[in-house]
Design a protein around this ligand. Sequence first.
Ligand SMILES: Nc1ncnc2c1ncn2[C@@H]1O[C@H](COP(=O)(O)OP(=O)(O)OP(=O)(O)O)[C@@H](O)[C@H]1O
Ligand SMILES: [Mg+2]
Length: 227
Amino acid sequence: MNIILEAKSIYKSYKNNSNNILTVLKDVSLTINKNEITVIVGASGSGKSTLLHILSGLDEPDSGEVLFLGNNIHKLNNEQLSIFRNKNIGFVFQFHHLLPEFTAIENVAIPYMVDGKSLKSALLKAEEIMTLVGLSERLHHKPAELSGGEQQRVAIARALINNPSIIFADEPTGNLDSVNGESIHQLFLKLKNEMNMTFVIVTHNSDLIKLADTIFEIKDGIVQKKI
Ligand SMILES: Nc1ncnc2c1ncn2[C@@H]1O[C@H](COP(=O)(O)OP(=O)(O)OP(=O)(O)O)[C@@H](O)[C@H]1O
Ligand SMILES: [Mg+2]
């Protein structure tokens, strides 16, 4: 067994405006294996994004533990948690969240500089990763000057630059046509096979689901392993 991340008995509720409590995750336990593509499926509103945010340290559970290589990430203070995320976790959202005023290569370089590296080395590294994702010809375009698929590849390059242990992706191709979506799927497969990357992906896309080594389904707050 090769477990990289483990969730133990996670509970998460939200309170709405009229003070009703909605329990989204009920006693969720799961393990994520290294160098696998794990896919999380479930209906809209079932709690997939909530679970992804808790697994990646972007949000806190009400109770339960998330262990990264055996260490409870929710025991870290805010500063330790953001250092942990910047070093170990890459996150790809449905909408890319690139910074519009910076070029593609600068967007990719920023997390590397946050990790304490110089601008020069960050730009060199960013160019290498941009080449890996097939964007060596678009280094100096701003996000608005890129296609949707290219923007998403920049977001993936940005997620990759600090050589994370796990990439979390929330509907990474939900916003793309099938050709652009397929090129992102093939990129994920290449990163898994050639760089031993681990992925945890929320998706409705049946082509992406086909690449999964493990599938979890969320329904009524309960997570079940399907494969
Ligand atoms: N901050 C919040 N406050 C109150 N309720 C919330 C909050 N965030 C999410 N919810 C509710 O929790 C439930 C789960 O939300 P979540 O975003 O995790 O669903 P999802 O499975 O990702 O859905 P989708 O497929 O539509 O993205 C939803 O019913 C949502 O309305
Ligand atoms: Mg969601």
